[in-house]
Design a protein around this ligand. Structure first.
Ligand code: NDP
Ligand code: 8X3
Length: 251
């Protein structure tokens, strides 16, 4: 059987592009997210490439559902080689002293606790088999805060700390850990951040050519395809004309 990759948040943007790319390079795919219809459509597309595909519909914040989904995989699908912890997002861009409690909880529960749950469920098998690769989708937002980024930036700083911590904790094994830190990627990210305000979301990508989900998927493929002795620990990937989370030259 081909190697197996699991991508969380494969229904949109970066996760969807990663699932597509990993299938193209021959991985059997476990694709997860909350929207069953989108998972089914992607599964049909990936199956046509000749790889095996399993869809798992669950919310990464729901530990019981995540556990049941992973433990319920057929035995031949349990040996996951690559985990792409991608599900997440930003909710709100208010100053920290005016932020929305619900948005904060959503970001912390999804971007930090959801990622941790998936890691906790899948990495023990990798360590036992002495092979595997965890790719966490962090962000340039985790390197430094920007105006209104506060809690989102904190969650992505946490992704960096958790990636570094995991790399230390699995160093005795052949498991590799990569933190990919994208800058501006045009996906549904900003629509989510602005609670469905598409016009405001479009403004984020005005005057600059943003990255695409596919650009990030290429980085994921590069990291997981590196020779076994090469561990790509981190990749910071910005749009040209973007220098940091807050310095963006627009024309
Ligand atoms: P999208 O909004 O396009 O995709 C987000 C994905 O996450 C969807 O597939 C969504 O699936 C999934 N998701 C969100 N919440 C949950 C949940 N509770 N349970 C399961 N799945 C969930 O945005 P992106 O593709 O841009 O975002 C993907 C990752 O990339 C995020 O972690 C984001 O922080 C990060 N990132 C994005 C950047 C950007 O500029 N776009 C830059 C740097 C990092 P569904 O709704 O079906 O559950
Ligand atoms: C997404 C990139 O700079 O909008 O993590 O926070 S940014």
């Amino acid at each position: 059987m081909n190697k197996i990759a699991l991508v969380t948040g494969a229904t949109s943007g970066i996760g969807e592009a990663c699932a597509r790319k990993l299938a193209i390079i021959g991985y059997n795919m476990i694709i997860t997210g909350r929207r069953a219809e989108r998972l089914d459509a992607l599964a049909r597309e990936l199956s046509a490439l000749g790889v095996g595909v399993i869809t798992l519909e669950f919310d990464v914040r729901d530990r019981e559902a995540a556990t049941a989904a992973i433990n319920g995989l057929p035995p031949e699908w349990q040996e996951i080689d690559v985990l792409v912890n991608n599900a997440g997002g930003a909710w709100g861009l208010e100053p920290e002293y005016e932020g929305n409690y619900e948005d904060w909880d959503t970001m912390i529960d999804t971007n930090i606790k959801g990622l941790l749950t998936m890691t906790r469920l899948i990495v023990p098998g990798m360590v036992k088999r002495d092979r595997g690769h965890v790719v966490n989708i962090g962000s340039v937002a985790g390197d430094a805060a920007y105006a209104g980024g506060n809690v989102y930036c904190a969650t992505k700083s946490a992704v960096k700390a958790l990636s570094d911590g995991l790399r230390i904790d699995v160093a005795h094994s052949s498991v590799r850990v990569t933190n990919i830190k994208p800058g501006l990627v045009e996906t549904n990210f900003s629509v989510t951040r602005f609670h469905g305000d598409k016009e405001r979301a479009d403004g984020v990508y005005k005057g600059i050519q943003p990255l695409t989900g596919q650009d990030i998927a290429e980085c994921v493929a590069f990291a997981v395809s590196a020779p076994a002795h090469v561990q790509v620990a981190e990749l910071l990937v910005l749009a040209t004309h973007q220098a940091s989370g807050s310095v963006i030259h627009r024309s």
